[in-house]
Design a protein around this ligand. Structure first.
Ligand SMILES: *[C@@H]1O[C@H](CO)[C@@H](O)[C@H](O)[C@H]1NC(C)=O
Ligand SMILES: *[C@@H]1O[C@H](CO)[C@@H](O)[C@H](O)[C@H]1NC(C)=O
Length: 443
């Protein structure tokens, strides 16, 4: 009898241990780690479109043959869809992706008769692969999401995504920016909900590229008490804090972003129409007013000459929104007093000046290269360090990963180790952020 009761007692005891362990594993995922929200870069998530009766196709092909597949309500994936590399379809695509600036409304809107939407807001689903049927060539956030899952993050519980319509940007205070402002509002709600469903833990924001500019605006447009309550850390990967010379090429001659076979001039008008592209032109605060970014026989253009440059390339419509909405926006890069870590590629040949000697912007230029991540110049990637280096209340850490490009930062093993290492540190109890700008570390 004695033996039996002892056995039962032991059994009960281990049952309780097991039960406690199970509860800890279930609740543990959500209460031990800080929830992570991923904010992608331009072109980094899928977009869907639907055409209404007001849509005016530019050709019979756009009317009849493109897109090849729609769902029963008429929605189809406009970004990314590989048939756009076929020239006649490229034209339909470009016309439908085009934004229009309305000077009376002082805001941007879609092309007439084209509705767009961002699928799966809140989830990472629409940013893992740009085309879910071409996973091997269109992976975007998938490797980072895999790495996060390996350290215990769970989609929908502790891991969230904030995709957006990356054609739109934000404007300086006092100017409407319907789509971009709505996105900041949705992102704010997502942050609050992620924190609430994780026992009030602060959230870690992880951005790539343009996503970093949106995130910084979100932080600075909310009061310090909100930031302290909800934000643990802002981890910005490859953020173009001061724009990029690559964007000058986009405006002048079009940019295929490495997609083969596409004629850059076919997508140039659409790329010029994008508000976020205007936001990413080189900021004079970082690129200065003396270094020529565009060189022609008759005239050179620095970052301070962008209004003249837009006129001279044949895009005078861009001058008004650039001067009124973008210039005052990018002049104001305030420190949010939230802990920030910038991780960036370095040592990759990056366009620094474009030479159009005969002034023909329809031709691809000769390039002079400098340091950066292949897309964004070093002076822009290091922008926050130069601005906030001596701010007392701003903790800022900068990590350069040598030889890693703008996109590889989301796939390269060494880069992912750095990102995951930082997130692990943030989740450990002993973590203390630096109380001022830290020395740059190079890997
Ligand atoms: C433009 O810049 C180049 C390189 O800095 C310089 O050699 C040239 O003289 C400049 N041209 C003009 C027209 O100012
Ligand atoms: C730093 O923060 C303290 C306390 O919040 C504040 O009093 C001070 O003005 C801030 N300093 C700067 C340089 O912003």
């Amino acid at each position: 009898m004695k033996g039996l009761s002892l056995k039962i007692g032991a059994f009960n005891y281990s049952n309780i241990v097991l039960l406690v362990m199970m509860v800890c594993i279930r609740c543990g995922r959500s209460s031990i780690v800080h929830p992570v929200i991923l904010i992608p870069g331009a072109g980094g998530n899928q977009l869907e479109a639907r055409l209404s009766k007001h849509y005016k196709p530019t050709s019979l092909i756009c009317n009849r043959w493109y897109p090849l597949n729609k769902d029963q309500d008429g929605w189809y994936r406009i970004w990314f869809e590989p048939s756009v590399i076929l020239a006649p379809f490229t034209d339909c695509f470009a016309q439908r992706m085009m934004l229009h600036f309305d000077p009376l409304l002082d805001d941007y809107c879609n092309a007439p008769g084209v509705q767009t939407r961002v699928p799966h807001f809140g989830s990472t689903q629409s940013m893992l692969y740009l085309d879910p049927y071409l996973k091997h060539i269109s992976a975007y956030m998938a490797p980072l999401v895999d790495s996060l899952q390996q350290i215990g993050y769970v989609e929908g519980e502790t891991l969230f995504g904030a995709p957006y319509d990356f054609r739109y940007g934000l404007a300086a205070q006092g100017h409407p920016s319907k789509v971009g402002s709505k996105y900041l509002q949705d992102l704010k709600t997502l942050i609050e909900d992620a924190s609430a469903s994780n026992g009030g833990k602060q959230v870690i924001l992880v951005s790539h590229s343009l996503g970093g500019l949106f995130t910084l605006q979100l932080l600075n447009r909310n009061p310090p008490s909100w930031r302290q309550k909800f934000i643990k850390h802002f981890l910005a990967l490859s953020a173009p804090w001061g724009g990029a010379v690559d964007e000058v090429l986009t405006f002048a001659s079009g940019n295929t972003l490495g997609v083969p076979l596409v004629d850059p001039l076919r997508v140039r008008a659409e790329q010029r129409s994008s508000e976020s592209n205007l936001w990413l032109l080189p900021n004079p605060m970082f690129f200065g007013g003396t270094k020529p970014l565009v060189i022609t026989e008759n005239r050179n253009y620095t970052a301070s000459d962008i209004p003249d440059f837009l006129k001279d390339i044949g895009f005078p419509e861009g001058v008004l929104p650039y001067e009124t909405r973008i210039v005052p926006l990018v002049r104001n890069v305030e420190a949010p007093e939230v802990d920030v870590t910038c991780v960036m590629g370095a040592g990759v040949r990056t366009p620094e000046s474009l030479i159009y000697w005969d002034g023909d912007f329809d031709k691809q230029p000769e390039m002079v290269y400098g340091d950066g991540d292949g897309t964004v110049n070093m002076v822009s990637l290091m922008g926050l360090q130069s601005l906030w280096g001596s701010e007392k209340n701003q903790s800022l850490k900068v990590i350069k990963v040598g030889g890693v490009s703008h996109m590889e930062i989301l796939k390269d093993e060494a880069a992912l180790d750095v990102v995951i290492g930082e997130i692990n540190k943030l989740n450990s109890f002993s973590y203390r952020p630096p109380d001022h700008a830290e020395k740059v570390s190079e890997i």
